[in-house]
Design a protein around this ligand. Structure first.
Ligand code: NAG
Ligand code: NAG
Ligand code: NAG
Ligand code: NAG
Ligand code: NAG
Ligand code: NAG
Ligand code: NAG
Ligand code: NAG
Ligand code: NAG
Ligand code: NAG
Ligand code: NAG
Ligand code: NAG
Length: 671
C-alpha cells in the first residue's frame, strides 16, 4: 500500500479542503430548518416534524411553538401549509435573536421602543406562504409559530432562505479563504463566531435600514407589541454591503468597520462589500467642507469627528489589505479634503477640539478628547503612507509636523503619570477605555512603559463579564474592547489579551441568553443584557461586526500573520502564543497566501510559515527559554538556510529581516 504524500492530503476531487472547516458556522446551503423546540403552548402535535422539509405539525386552537435554529441566522420565511379546518385561519411568525425575547405575541425590537409586530399569514388553503421580501428578518435564532383561532392548521415545513452574503454562490457561503486553530477550543469558537458575525452583517444593499421609525418611535412610546419593520432602503451600490448589525441598523457605519474589516480579510477576504460600503459614504461627502457622514444614508446628516476619520481609516485599510492603487487614487482627492476638514479643528493647544458629541454612543465626547486625537494622529500617519504610495508627497512634511504636535500636546496635557493612563480631556479625571486603548493602538504613547502601564491598568478594571468603558456609564463595549485587545498585544501583554478574550467573548458566546454563534453589540458590567445608550433592551443587536475584534487579533497577533504594506508586499510573522502550545492561521490576499503554524515544544518551538514569492517580510520568533540555535530552512530550496545563535543577550528579540517569500520551516533547539 502506498501512503498518500503530504501534499495530496487536503485535496478532494481537486478542490482544496478548507482547514478546520468543522468550526465554520456559515451554512453550506441557503435552505435552513429549525433544529430544536424551545417551548410549546396549547395544542401542537408533531412540532418536531418541522426540523425537516416534510413535516406534519398541527396547530389547534390558541397554540404556539417556539423553534430554535441553534445559531443566529437571517432570511425569509416560507411556511408550507397542508390541510386546514376552514379558510379563516391564520399563522403568525415572530423572531428573536436572544432567548430573552421569545414570544408568541411579538418579535424582539428594531426601534427605540416597543417590540416588533408579528408577521401574519392568512391561510386560505394548502400551499406555500412566503414573507414579502422587505420582511426578511436580519437576525434571529428563535422563530415562533402561533395560531390564534379555533380550528386547525397543518404546517408541513417552516423554511428559511438564508440571505446574508448575497453575492456569494449558494453553496459557497462557508468557503472561507482564511482559517485559525489553537489548542484552546474556546478561542477557536470565538474566531469562527467573529467571522460568521461579519458574514451576517454582509447584506443585500437593497434591503438595508431597519430604522424606518428613526426619531418617530422613541422612548416615549409605551411598550408596544406592534411596531412595523421594513428592510427596504437601498443603502449602497453594488450587490453587497458590510453593515453594522444583522438585525439593525443594517446601515453603513465606518467606526464599526474599523474592527470588522480586518476580521473579514483574515476569514473571507470579501473586500468588495467593504468597498461598496465605503463608497456610499464618499457619495454623500460635503464637497465644500469635506465632511463625511456619521453613517450612510438614510441616517440623518450628523457630524462625528471620529466616524469621519474612520472612513479615512477604511480607505487606508483597503490599500493595506489589497494594495489596490487604483481604488486609493479614486478616493484620494476626497480623502485629502476630508483630512483637511479634521485638521481645521486643531487649535492652539496643538490638538483637535471636538465640537460634536457623536461617537460610538459614549458620553462626554468633546474638547481635546484623547480618543479623537489619537484617531487623528493615527489617520495622519496613514495619510503619510498613502501619499508616499501615490507619490503625492508635497504635503507630507506638514502632516508630520502636525502629527508630532498632537502627540506632544496630548502627552503634556492628558497623560497622568501617577495613574499611568490618559484622562479624557483636560477638565476631567475620567480615564476612558477608548482613548487609552486608542493611544496605544495609534502609538500616541511616547514609550513602551506608557503602553505597559495602560495595559496593566485597563486589565485591573475588568468585571466578571469583561472590560468596562467608564466613558459610557460603565457599559461593556465589545467594540472598544476590540481595541483594548490590540492594546494588550502591542504592550506585549499576551496573557491579558487572551484573558480578556476568554472572559468577555467567552461570556458573549456561552451565556444562554446569547446566540452561541454571533457577537452582541453591548451590555452591562453586571452581565445584564442592557446597553447603557439604549432604553429598549430588546433592540440590542446580537450580531454586530464591531464586536469581532478577536478574529483579526488572533490571526495577526497570536498566530502572528501580519500584512505590513500594500496587499502583503511586505509582511511580518510574529507568533505570540501566551499560554497556548499551538497556533495555526492562514489567509489570502490578492497577492497570495500567508500562513504560520507554531508548535511550542520542550526544545523551544517549530514554525512553518509561508508568504507569496516576490514579497519580503520579517520573522520575529517567540522567546526561547534556553540558549541554543534557530534554523530556518526554505522548503523548496529557494534560499540558503539561516542559522541563528540564541544567547542570553538576544533571547528576548530574535528577529530576521528581509526574509523572501516562500515556504519556511523554523526549528529552535536548546544548546
Ligand atoms: C403565549 O405566551 C404566554 C407567555 O408569554 C403564555 O402564557 C401563553 O400560554 C402563550 N399562548 C399561546 C397561545 O401559546
Ligand atoms: C409558553 O409559555 C411559557 C410560560 O409562560 C413561555 O415562557 C414561553 O415563551 C411560551 N412559548 C410559546 C411558544 O408561546
Ligand atoms: C388572528 O390574527 C389575525 C392577524 O392579526 C387577525 O386578523 C385575526 O382577527 C386574529 N384572529 C383572532 C380570532 O384573534
Ligand atoms: C464550496 O465548497 C464546497 C465544498 O467543498 C464545494 O463543493 C463547492 O464547489 C465550493 N463552491 C465554490 C463556488 O467554490
Ligand atoms: C399599536 O397599535 C395601536 C392600535 O392600532 C396604536 O394605537 C399604537 O400606536 C401602535 N403602537 C405602535 C408603537 O405602533
Ligand atoms: C418602506 O416600506 C414602507 C412600508 O411600505 C414605506 O412606508 C416606505 O416608504 C418604504 N421605504 C422605501 C425607501 O421604499
Ligand atoms: C456643506 O457644508 C456647508 C457648510 O457647513 C453647508 O452650508 C452646506 O449646506 C453643506 N452642503 C451639503 C450638500 O450638505
Ligand atoms: C471632558 O470629559 C468629561 C468626561 O468624559 C466629560 O464629562 C466632559 O463633557 C468632557 N468635556 C467636553 C468639553 O466634552
Ligand atoms: C472648543 O470649541 C468650542 C466651540 O467653538 C468652544 O466653545 C470651546 O471652548 C472649545 N474648547 C476648548 C477646550 O478650547
Ligand atoms: C492623577 O491620578 C492620580 C491617581 O489616580 C490622582 O490622585 C491625581 O489627582 C491625578 N492627577 C491629576 C493632575 O489629575
Ligand atoms: C512610536 O513612536 C515612537 C516615538 O514616540 C517611535 O520611536 C516608534 O518608532 C513608533 N513606533 C511605530 C511602530 O511607529
Ligand atoms: C455552542 O455551539 C457549539 C458549536 O459551535 C456546540 O458545540 C455547543 O454544543 C453549543 N453550546 C450550546 C450550549 O448549545
Amino acid at each position: 500500500m502506498k501512503l498518500l504524500s503530504l501534499s495530496t492530503v487536503g485535496f478532494l476531487n481537486g478542490v482544496l479542503a478548507i482547514p478546520y472547516s468543522e468550526y465554520i458556522l456559515a451554512p453550506t446551503s441557503r435552505t435552513l430548518y429549525p433544529v430544536s423546540v424551545h417551548s410549546s403552548n396549547g395544542s401542537v402535535s408533531n412540532a418536531e416534524s418541522l426540523f425537516g422539509s416534510s413535516g406534519n405539525a398541527i396547530f389547534q386552537g390558541d397554540s404556539a411553538t417556539a423553534y430554535d435554529f441553534g445559531k443566529n441566522i437571517a432570511g425569509l420565511v416560507t411556511l408550507t401549509i397542508g390541510s386546514i379546518s376552514d379558510s379563516d385561519q391564520y399563522i403568525g411568525v415572530t423572531f428573536s435573536e436572544s432567548s430573552l425575547w421569545v414570544s408568541n405575541a411579538s418579535c424582539d425590537a428594531t426601534a427605540d421602543a416597543g417590540k416588533d409586530e408579528t408577521l401574519w399569514f392568512k391561510v386560505t388553503g394548502p400551499g406555500q406562504y412566503t414573507a414579502p421580501r422587505d420582511k426578511e428578518r436580519g437576525g434571529f435564532r428563535y422563530m415562533t409559530l402561533v395560531h390564534n383561532t379555533t380550528g386547525s392548521v397543518e404546517v408541513t415545513a417552516a423554511e428559511i432562505h438564508f440571505t446574508p452574503m448575497p453575492h456569494w454562490e449558494d453553496d459557497a457561503i462557508a468557503n472561507y479563504s482564511g482559517y485559525f486553530h489553537t489548542d484552546d477550543e474556546l478561542l477557536n469558537r470565538i474566531w469562527y463566531a467573529g467571522a460568521y458575525t461579519n458574514q451576517m452583517c454582509t447584506i443585500d444593499p437593497t434591503h438595508g435600514d431597519a430604522l424606518v421609525h428613526i426619531r418617530v418611535i422613541n422612548s416615549s412610546v409605551s411598550d408596544a407589541t406592534n411596531v412595523t419593520w421594513y428592510y427596504n432602503y437601498t443603502i449602497t451600490n453594488g450587490k453587497s454591503a458590510l453593515v453594522d448589525g444583522a438585525k439593525r441598523d443594517r446601515l453603513v457605519w465606518a467606526g464599526d468597520m474599523s474592527i470588522a474589516v480586518p476580521g473579514v480579510v483574515v476569514s473571507t477576504n470579501d473586500v468588495v462589500s467593504i468597498e461598496n460600503s465605503l463608497d456610499s459614504l464618499f457619495d454623500v461627502q460635503n464637497q465644500t467642507t469635506g465632511q463625511l457622514p456619521y453613517a450612510g444614508e438614510p441616517f440623518p446628516s450628523t457630524l462625528s469627528f471620529t466616524y469621519h476619520l474612520y472612513t479615512l481609516i477604511g480607505v487606508a485599510d483597503m490599500f493595506l489589505y489589497t494594495g489596490d492603487l487604483d481604488y486609493l487614487s479614486s478616493h484620494w482627492d476626497q480623502y485629502k479634503l476630508a483630512l483637511n476638514f479634521s485638521l481645521s479643528f486643531i487649535d492652539d493647544s496643538g490638538m483637535m477640539n471636538v465640537t460634536s458629541p457623536a461617537d460610538w454612543l459614549r458620553f462626554g465626547m468633546g474638547g481635546h478628547n484623547i480618543e479623537a486625537n489619537s484617531i487623528l494622529y493615527y489617520t495622519i500617519n496613514q495619510a503619510i503612507t498613502l501619499a508616499e504610495a501615490l507619490e503625492d508627497t508635497e504635503v507630507v512634511s506638514s502632516w508630520q509636523n502636525t502629527a508630532e504636535t498632537i502627540k506632544s500636546a496630548a502627552n503634556a496635557l492628558l497623560w497622568n503619570e501617577t495613574a499611568g493612563m490618559y484622562i479624557d480631556n483636560e477638565t476631567t479625571t475620567l480615564m476612558p477605555q477608548d482613548g487609552n486603548s486608542w493611544a496605544v493602538v495609534s502609538n500616541l504613547t511616547l514609550n513602551s512603559s506608557q503602553a505597559e502601564a495602560i495595559s496593566f491598568n485597563l486589565a485591573q478594571r475588568w468585571t466578571p463579564y469583561g472590560a468596562p468603558a467608564p466613558e459610557a456609564a460603565d457599559a461593556i463595549s465589545p467594540f472598544i474592547s476590540g481595541f483594548e485587545l490590540q492594546t494588550h498585544f502591542l504592550a506585549g501583554n499576551v496573557s491579558a489579551a487572551l484573558g480578556l478574550m476568554r472572559l468577555q467573548w467567552g461570556f458573549m458566546l456561552d451565556d444562554p441568553r446569547m446566540t452561541n454563534s454571533t457577537f452582541i453589540e453591548g451590555y452591562s458590567t453586571t452581565g445584564e443584557l442592557h446597553y447603557a445608550p439604549y432604553l429598549n433592551d430588546a433592540r440590542i443587536s446580537h450580531a454586530h461586526g464591531w464586536a469581532t475584534g478577536p478574529t483579526s487579533s488572533l490571526t495577526m497577533y497570536v498566530a502572528g500573520v501580519q500584512i505590513v504594506s500594500a496587499g502583503g508586499k511586505t509582511w511580518r510573522i510574529a507568533p505570540a502564543l501566551g499560554d497556548l502550545k499551538f497556533a495555526d492561521a492562514g489567509f489570502s490576499t490578492s497577492l497570495g497566501f500567508y500562513s504560520a503554524k507554531t508548535q511550542i515544544n520542550d526544545s523551544g518551538f517549530e514554525i512553518d510559515f509561508e508568504a507569496p514569492a516576490g514579497t519580503t517580510g520579517e520573522a520575529k520568533f517567540p522567546v526561547l527559554s534556553c540558549t541554543g540555535s534557530i534554523l530556518m530552512h526554505e522548503v523548496n530550496g529557494q534560499c540558503e538556510d539561516v542559522l541563528l545563535e540564541v544567547t542570553e543577550a538576544n533571547v528576548d528579540g530574535i528577529a530576521v529581516a528581509n526574509v523572501p517569500g516562500g515556504q519556511w520551516t523554523v526549528k529552535a533547539t536548546c544548546a
